[in-house]
Ligand binder design. Sequence first.
Ligand SMILES: Cc1cc2nc3c(=O)[nH]c(=O)nc-3n(C[C@H](O)[C@H](O)[C@H](O)COP(=O)(O)O)c2cc1C
Length: 190
Amino acid sequence: MKVLGILGSPRIGGNSDILLDEALAGARETGAEVEKVILDKLKLSGCRDCKKCNETGICVIKDDVQEIHKKILEAYAIIHSVPVYFWSMTAQMKAYLDRWCALFDAEWRWQKQYYPKMKGKRIGLITVCGDPNPRTADPIVHSFKSTAEMTKLNWIGVVMASASDKGEIIKDENARKQAFELGKKAARPQ
Ligand SMILES: Cc1cc2nc3c(=O)[nH]c(=O)nc-3n(C[C@H](O)[C@H](O)[C@H](O)COP(=O)(O)O)c2cc1C
């Protein structure tokens, strides 16, 4: 059983990275294998809406998305972690999410070949924003939660935290604990 962490911040060792590591530690403690994908280290373009994937389930853009999709399909659960950039998610995370298109048919149903692996897959989210009000990240939560609802993924929850300077979140024991618990939940048997 593998729990996959997807980091949407370019700041390695930053706040969302720290919370994602906490979540993955929680998953590991619960017996899961874990893997972290750092989107900023990969080649990832935006969706072109060419619709070719509607037939094939394969994106025509030849970059690292194919490799990420393989990992998504094999994962038991996926935890995304991303900071707020201009009241939204980072460009890295948005490009990644838009490329999920290839996993769906023209009616936004899982492609037949992916359905058995995607049905009910667990999905969770961690957000960090500089604003003291963590709900500044609500638009990101809306985006991921609506995606999960539309595709019948199993939404395991969200951790919303506030921090500005790199690594500052380390002092926020409550956020770290919540992230650890999210990771534990991700790894729990169905
Ligand atoms: C380009 C950019 C835009 C940002 N926009 C916002 C914003 O709209 N609202 C906010 O609360 N914080 C904003 N921030 C602050 C980050 O969300 C904050 O520093 C966060 O801790 C970064 O997380 P990280 O260490 O995981 O990269 C922005 C930061 C950057 C670099």
